[in-house]
Design a protein around this ligand. Sequence first.
Ligand code: PMP
Length: 307
Amino acid sequence: MANYFDQHTFVYRDGEFLKAAEATTHLYGQTLHYGYGVFEGIRAYETIEGATKIFKAVEHFDRLKRSAQLLNLPYTWTTAQLIDASYEVLRRNGHKEAYIRPLVYAPANMGFNPNEYSHIVIETWPMQPFLGEKLVSVFLSSFQRPNPKGFRIEAKACGHYVNSILASYEAKAQGFDEALLCDMDGYVAEAPGANIFLEKNGGLVTPTLGNILPGITRATVIELANTMNIKVEEKLVTTEDLFAADSAFFCGTAAEVIGIASVNKNPFPKPWNESLGAKIQEAYKDLVRENFSNNKYLVKDKLEALQ
Ligand code: PMP
């Protein structure tokens, strides 16, 4: 098991900074029992100038609020306040680069009726790219993504991740690095914790919004591609499209941009370092670390405009 905290680690909770080792919670709530809570996954990077910057902080905390609203969880914080709190947790933990995990969770209430208030906790810990740095082998899951008519699929809700864990476990048990799930209509949707892009005939294709989490990295990739004059098509993606693609990659805050070697052992024909994904990957690395002047693909002002 990874060590997420030690006796020196701080978390933010409900307006206070306290020691992770001393932060306790009750065992009688809808988040723990029913998965009724929302969270975010954010990264802070050390920029080329040596500052710690939370990447797309506003977008992430705005999504946290939207997720809470979609689930009718009371939400009383402002984005600015939570960004400040996150920087303070990073500072107290001495983290120049880290993964940031805010979680909105329910007070004691074991019924299905709404709550009068919510709790919030913000944790930080160092985290390497979630899927590693090598191309990943992917298994087309036997699990589908949750049906949007049964869940608020646009919300980053705790309970949705039962589906992610089942799919990830299934893929790994068979020796693959990661799963790829289709939606309930059989269209390619997303990985357990990342969105997917395919390269075809010199352009990018990605599943349209509706049955997937609207990834902030996905939006960033689309912005980068637009800036790099790479065509992006958002559409319903079939498994035929997937197997006919020239190359493919996953993207997400935790995974960043990571190339896919194969799906169900069928390799993509285009070598990764010649793919559009490799260019996007490099541009993404420059963007998150604010490496505006030395980047290969984007001129300074174009990259700066994407911050
Ligand atoms: N899909 C799922 C199911 C996820 O959990 C994540 C990670 N939050 C993503 C996509 C990628 O989203 P983002 O780029 O906002 O991290």
